[in-house]
Design a protein around this ligand. Structure first.
Ligand code: ZN
Ligand code: ZN
Ligand code: ZN
Ligand code: ZN
Ligand code: ZN
Ligand code: ZN
Length: 182
């Protein structure tokens, strides 16, 4: 850059600072054009430096911020099993066995003779093992498939959500110049 160009630009910058804050744009341009040549005047917006946009501070221009719901993990503890991955069996309430329906839990069947017969279903024990949980009393959690964690529904598992301040753009329109800085 030639020396006189440098000084001219410096002059125009100083002029900007003094004039732009005190006058509306029309008078600013008029004054500036009179004092310096029109082309050396810097009409760009002071607030955004002429970009028309400001960086979004909320998301550091990323457009996205960490999901607070899952702290950026994308997944969270399963509500249904509290992260255990398994739940008490609904069928046997955790007992692992059920009352035998054949003998109503008595272990014996009235065969209309004088003496009762042992129930063949439960071999006289009155209870049968629960098929739902294989007698363990616990079943795998349906919601998390036994993992104990589920996808965060707030961020759909990505761990990030769109920045509300800039609507995901990463930048915010300059209010001083309505994003239309020359
Ligand atoms: Zn601006
Ligand atoms: Zn999330
Ligand atoms: Zn679960
Ligand atoms: Zn039985
Ligand atoms: Zn069971
Ligand atoms: Zn943002």
């Amino acid at each position: 850059m030639p020396m006189h160009g440098f000084f001219r630009q410096l002059g125009s910058r100083l002029l900007n600072k003094i004039l732009y804050s005190k006058m509306n744009k029309f008078f600013y341009i008029l004054f500036c054009s009179l004092l310096l040549s029109f082309h050396s005047c810097d009409f760009s917006c002071e607030n955004c430096g002429g970009d028309g946009y400001l960086e979004c501070e909320n998301c550091e221009s990323d457009g996205k911020i960490e999901c607070k719901e899952c702290e950026g993990e994308g997944k969270k503890e399963c509500d249904d099993c509290y992260g255990e991955g398994k739940k008490e069996c609904d069928d046997c309430y955790g007992d692992g066995e059920l009352s035998c329906s054949n003998c109503n839990g008595t272990g014996r069947i009235d065969d209309y003779s004088d003496r009762d017969e042992l129930c063949y279903e439960c071999n006289g024990s009155g209870s049968i093992s629960c098929r739902d949980c294989y007698s363990s009393g616990e079943v795998k959690c349906d919601l998390c498939y036994g993992i104990g964690m589920i996808k965060c529904d707030e961020c759909y598992g990505s761990g990030e959500i769109e920045c509300e301040d800039c609507e995901g753009e990463g930048k915010i329109e300059c209010k001083e110049c309505d994003g239309a800085s020359e």
